[in-house]
Design a protein around this ligand. Structure first.
Ligand code: RP5
Length: 175
């Protein structure tokens, strides 16, 4: 008779570890599940509305209104491509990972914000040229429309934030 054959079997339902112990093995403590869930943004916004200045807010409000009416979650942030370049880069690099699907970027004058945003994210960027104090908005319009190949930005009309919201909603319908 071999050693294995001579060893008595444990009663049914009792586990035997590799060491022969019938004591229940010590389990690793469970991670703090509640804490893990707190880190997940359950109601994360789908659209980020960014603008170069707090002064742009009244002009960008129609985009938010349209999204609100469509029941699409969005967030609003002020950041200038020229005054806060690192903030813009950080926001846009993290946007997709945070669950955003579209970025609407409004800026006036030499409106670099939409292009810079598109340079830092693979998300669709919708640019809104904002009418400045001079040049009738043509400065911002051209800055946003004339993107170099490889950095796509959808350019709305001057002060066309409402269409930016509608366009974002249409993009979201496809996803
Ligand atoms: C742009 O410069 C902003 O988007 C704004 O439209 C324009 C003027 O900025 P403020 O001087 O009003 O802050 O960056």
């Amino acid at each position: 008779m071999t050693e294995a054959e001579s060893t008595p079997l444990p009663p049914p339902g009792v586990m035997v570890s590799e060491t022969g112990s019938t004591e229940p093995p010590e389990l690793d403590p469970l991670p703090d599940v509640e804490a893990m869930f707190e880190e997940i943004e359950v109601d994360a916004p789908l659209v980020g509305i960014i603008m170069g200045s707090a002064n742009d807010k009244p002009k960008m409000q129609p985009a938010g209104r349209v999204l609100e009416e469509a029941g699409i979650r969005y967030e609003v942030r002020v950041m200038s491509a020229h005054r806060d370049p690192e903030k813009v880069a950080d926001y846009c690099k993290a946007a997709q990972m945070r669950g955003l699907k579209v970025i609407i970027a409004g800026a006036g004058m030499s409106a670099a914000l939409p292009g810079v945003a598109a340079a830092h994210t693979g998300l669709p960027v919708i640019g809104v040229p904002i009418l400045g104090k001079s040049l009738g908005g043509i400065d911002a319009l051209l800055a946003i429309a004339q993107m170099p190949p490889g950095v796509p930005v959808a350019c709305m009309a001057v002060d066309g934030a409402k269409n930016a919201g509608l366009y974002a909603a249409r993009i979201l319908e496809l996803t």
